[in-house]
Design a protein around this ligand. Structure first.
Ligand code: PEP
Ligand code: MG
Length: 569
């Protein structure tokens, strides 16, 4: 079994087609006829634009308008006079062949883009790499790998899938994707998810492990893949795939339905996202808003803090994509297991009990203020709510609110619009917050329970430590009592009680959470319909009876066994 990052859910079973980049061997040569060389270049650019335009059209159908814009950007870049002039100048002045001129000029601009502060400009550096390779291939007369022509039942295996490669994919023929590079937020992952192709990325050396025609099975949710599996594994995966597809088809009838119990008790069913690119998927999966935008992802995979402007754009995009539906944006939750190496923070002995989240932010106004300013500015474009992570005492909530008031004053003075009534809520994920839920509920506009951390902090068990994994379970009576207490406190003050930890989409727990009075469930986009279905299988009276029974039990194992016995699907 090979393990990578599950980047696009679903089961893929098929035969391998390895996409190997042909080497772009050419010699840097001195030319005599610069005009002829420039003509060759212009013709190649025309072919490039023609091919790319066709790819854009195909991609609009297969992956959607938004994804095709990446490639449309390639056409605009190659038409940028600055780039074309630089290539021409190299041919004219240095008398080098077009291939070398393209390479040197593209590398030159890519280096400049790579040094930029903002992520979008940095991304243009990798786009330029893609443009360079394709343009040189055209000049050399090398046919691009025609992914659109792979036979039905193909599993594509490549070192990486560039945007131009993914553009050619016909989802009807591609069963799955395996790559050596990439993670959940890479272009290839986003595109695979939008085409609903199961994908496992970052599988070490997979290109050298497989050969064309090998049979591969993969699970895009768990990140597992087998090459030429035994019959039993193959049969197992066939059954998994059939079940997955059946389940998916059955769930489509919940699109457009209210999120409610069998007797009509309505709650909000929203989604967790890690970046602006995921907002469209929430809408597509019929999410009623965003219940958690983990903004720390905007700060990762780069070497500097994103500017206020970059953050503003990201938050505004999400608010606008959700068209007035609620969008809860959590302020930076860095520390613990999420490091930002470029900040050069000292290594802590107990990072989960240390300089994390709101503790860090309140000590670093240079980083926190721009984020809060960006959030307030973006609040003019939709229904943004601000959420503070890892709160343990009411002082922290007060400090954030005071900072927000100061920034509001600045924005007023500058004449910048924002929502004056923007709500500020608390992420309920520490034992302390749970114990003072009644105090916090008086000053917070909403709660969202982070069961991932709440379980860890309540049970004093690290979520990543397998030796204590038996303790890390939300079915523990201690965790359930904590959840019940938090929801009760929110209900008593009339504020929203939400949940954005993984427990919100646990089908076994959904009826119990409904019974406790949870008003908002925030789950991953792909879990929305399944969660809506589970809700529809219970009346409130049935859920309350189950919750009452559950709360009488004394061990995690008893709770789990009862919930399994009573589970409905
Ligand atoms: C949580 O702790 O439950 C949560 C949703 O936040 P994260 O997983 O990002 O810590
Ligand atoms: Mg958390």
């Amino acid at each position: 079994m090979y393990k990578g990052i599950g980047a696009s859910a679903g089961i893929g079973i098929g035969k391998v087609v390895v996409i190997k980049e042909k080497s772009l061997d050419y010699k840097k040569e001195t030319i005599t006829d610069a005009e002829a060389e420039k003509k060759r270049l212009s013709e190649a650019i025309e072919v490039f634009i023609d091919k790319t335009t066709k790819m854009v059209e195909a991609m609009k159908v297969t992956a959607g308008e938004q994804e095709s814009e990446i490639l449309e950007g390639h056409i605009l870049m190659i038409q940028d006079p600055a780039i074309k002039e630089q290539i021409d100048a190299k041919i004219d002045d240095e008398k080098i062949n077009a291939e070398a001129a393209v390479e040197e000029a593209c590398d030159f601009f890519a280096q400049i883009f790579a040094m930029a502060e903002d992520e979008l400009t940095q991304q243009r550096a990798s786009d330029l790499g893609d443009i360079k390779t394709r343009l040189i291939k055209i000049l050399l007369g090398i046919e691009e790998v025609d992914i659109s022509a792979v036979p039905e039942g193909t599993v594509l295996v490549a070192e990486d899938l560039t945007p131009s490669m993914t553009a050619g994919i016909n989802p009807a023929n591609v069963e799955g994707v395996l790559t050596e590079i990439g993670g959940k937020t890479s272009h290839s992952a986003i595109i695979c998810r939008s085409m609903e192709i199961p994908a496992v990325l970052s599988v070490e050396n997979i290109v050298s492990i497989v050969k064309d025609g090998d049979v591969v099975v993969l699970d895009g949710a768990t990140g597992e893949a087998y090459v030429n599996p035994e019959d039993s594994v193959l049969e197992d995966y066939k059954a998994k795939k059939a079940a997955y597809l059946e389940e998916k088809a059955a769930l489509s009838k919940f699109i457009g339905q209210a999120s409610q119990t069998a007797d009509g008790h309505v709650v909000e069913l929203v989604a967790n996202i890690g970046g602006p690119d995921e907002a469209a998927k929430v809408v597509e999966c019929d999410g009623e808003g965003v219940g958690l935008f983990r903004t720390e992802f905007l700060f990762m995979d780069r070497d500097s803090v994103p500017t206020e402007e970059e953050q503003f754009k990201a938050y505004k995009t999400v608010a606008e994509t959700l068209e007035g539906k609620p969008v809860i944006i959590r302020t930076l939750d860095i520390g613990g297991d999420k490091a930002l190496p470029y900040l050069g923070l000292e290594t802590e002995e107990n990072p989960f009990l240390g300089f994390r989240a709101v503790r860090f932010c309140l000590k670093r106004p240079d980083i926190y203020r721009p984020q809060l300013r960006a959030l307030l500015r973006a609040s003019a474009f939709g229904k943004i709510r601000i959420m503070v992570p890892l709160v343990t005492c009411v002082d922290e909530l007060r400090a954030v609110k005071a900072l927000l008031e100061e920034i509001k004053g600045e924005l007023d003075a500058e004449g910048i619009a924002y929502n004056k009534d923007v709500e500020v809520g608390v992420m309920m994920e520490t034992a302390a917050a749970s114990l003072i839920a009644d105090i916090l509920a008086k000053e917070a506009d909403f709660f969202s329970i982070g069961t991932n951390d709440l379980t860890g902090y309540t049970m004093a068990a690290d979520r990543g430590n397998s030796d204590v994994a038996y303790l890390y379970s939300a079915y523990n009576p201690a965790v359930l009592r904590s959840i019940k207490n938090i929801i009760g406190a929110a209900n008593a003050e009339g504020i929203m009680a939400g949940m954005c930890g993984e427990a919100a989409s646990d089908p076994l727990l959904v009826p119990v959470l409904l019974a406790f009075g949870l008003n908002e469930f925030s789950v991953s986009a792909t879990a929305i319909l399944a969660t809506r279905k589970v809700m529809s299988l219970w009346t409130m009276d049935e859920a309350k009876a189950l919750a009452e029974e559950v709360m009488q039990l004394t061990t995690e194992a008893e709770v789990k066994a009862l919930l399994e016995e009573r589970s409905r699907s």
